[in-house]
Write a protein that binds this ligand. Sequence first.
Ligand SMILES: *[C@@H]1O[C@H](CO)[C@@H](O)[C@H](O)[C@H]1NC(C)=O
Ligand SMILES: *[C@@H]1O[C@H](CO)[C@@H](O)[C@H](O)[C@H]1NC(C)=O
Length: 617
Amino acid sequence: MSRTMLGRFGVFCTLLAVALQVCLASVNVTVTPKVEVIKGETAKLPCSYTISNPTSNVVVQWYIEVSGARKQIAYKSSQGFDVEAGTPLSDRLTIGEDFSISISPVIVDDERSYFCQVTAGPLGVSDAETQVKVFFAPEKPVITGNSQAITVSHESTSSSEVGKCTSRNAYPKHRIIWFKDDNPLPAENIQKEKTYMIPSLVTEASGLFTITSTLYMQPVKTDAKSVFHCTVEYFMPENKTLHQNSDKFNLSLLYSTEKVDFKLKNQGPIKEGDDVEMVCETDGNPQPEFEFTKEDSPLNGQKGTLHLKSVTRNDMGTYKCDAQDFDALPGVELTKTLHLSVHYIDPMEVIPAGPLLVSKGDVVELLCKTKSSDAHTVHWTKDSKPVMNSGVLIIQEVTLAQAGVYICVGAVPSVPGLQKQANVTLNVRGVPEIDASRDVSVTKVGEMVTLNCSALGYPPSQFTWKPSGKESVTVVGNRVISTVTLEATAAVLANGVMCEAYNDHGKNSRHFKVSIKSDAEQGANSNDANRENPVFKTAEKQQGGSSAVVIAVVVCVLLLLILVALLFFLSKKGKLSCGKKDKKDVASEEVKGGIVVEMKSSEKGNEESGLLNKPHA
Ligand SMILES: *[C@@H]1O[C@H](CO)[C@@H](O)[C@H](O)[C@H]1NC(C)=O
Ligand SMILES: *[C@@H]1O[C@H](CO)[C@@H](O)[C@H](O)[C@H]1NC(C)=O
């Protein structure tokens, strides 16, 4: 064999030996290929291995790569474990019993590859790589530089800065998306476009990123109604993509008037006395100054509003609003007009004017009329009741009761609330006419009674009471009412009280009866203590009105009752042989009724005889 052949064989053998060694070496290292961790938290990098033959001589080493070269950061052997000093991780690294390492707290720079290498003496060496990914959520994006007003110009071709959106401290890199009315604006950083964004990125000392995006636009008028905001899109572990919105903002745009609007604020037709408000507005921003005129005379408006207090028909006419927008394009109509109509009704005129004085039985004719801007109605009322549905009121043969205040109302039905009224007092001359009134009763002699005497007639009645008492007079409508309070003496109870009403034309009088209320009425029939009982009243009248007599009558009635009961009893036992059936009916009816007096009270005239007849039956 030649030297070269020998040499070749030697190389072959060496290669074979190496290959054999590699194949036989059975050290197997297992790590987590990717560890995701939030900055500031703890990253745990596990490492485990298997070897074919047990050997005590196992060394586990952790490396990082620094400028292309591996640098050991920690190792572990049967002799113990150690964290390498002088690496960026030295202070934050711990080694677990199970060959894992923990980094805490994690910083942005910890994002790199970590190698776990296991050397098992003759069995060989093996390693595995773990990639650490660091994440950090940014702060809520903040809008700045959006406060300046932007002029919307018809000629301008350059875009204006609309706002800046800044999102601080994210890792990995995040991005900003702009929105107008919740629709994303296409990302565009070419300044030739009308809308574009200029992004900028800053790496903070912490390694976190801060991005800013400045939005440029050529706003149009309608953008004033739009709402803008930005959103930051960022990444978190487990392939999550998250978003966070900035506050929303409006553009403050300045643009000139294209249209003027001049309107009446009032609803419905305007009548005299109303307050009127007219508003002039443009579609420009800001609102210009306004000048108001009516038939060329200037008026005082406030910020586009013209107030007219309590208008009259003289305020009717054409009003003009002039918007003083000097930036408006030529041809824009800056003046608007408005016609104001004021509806009215004149005061009601009554012919003849009151107060009127006529005699009872006369014919009365009243005419009420007015003028108004629109069709109107007229009607008459008296004491809140309608008396005539037109302006002409004719009363044939007027009575005293028809005296009083007549109100004439004029109204314009087409204008709610537009009405006027006038009144006239009608006095009817005549002898006083006294109204019917009730008699009164007292519980005992000497009590005070109050009587009212109400009289029609003109001139107003004066009154005389007999006997006299404490008197007072009130006037209610066309009536004069005299009230007297006096003592119900025996004489008063016997003769009653007389009211006399008189005036220039004569007099009239009325008699009041004053009676005593019965005990039965006050006791048994106490439900209506004031009710008059005819039984006792007639008895009282017959016997001279003394209360002793009343008591006697009551005793009498009771005795009669007992007698009737006795008769009934006897007839039932057969001891009395006459008119069995009739008597039975009478008696049972009375017993059942319980109150004989009540039964009798229905018949005024027959009561005494009725009571007296019964025992004879
Ligand atoms: C933007 O403007 C509109 C209309 O002018 C208004 O209703 C809205 O409240 C404003 N929004 C913000 C966030 O200012
Ligand atoms: C009648 O008219 C007078 C004067 O207009 C007014 O003062 C008075 O209140 C009116 N009376 C009634 C009952 O309407």
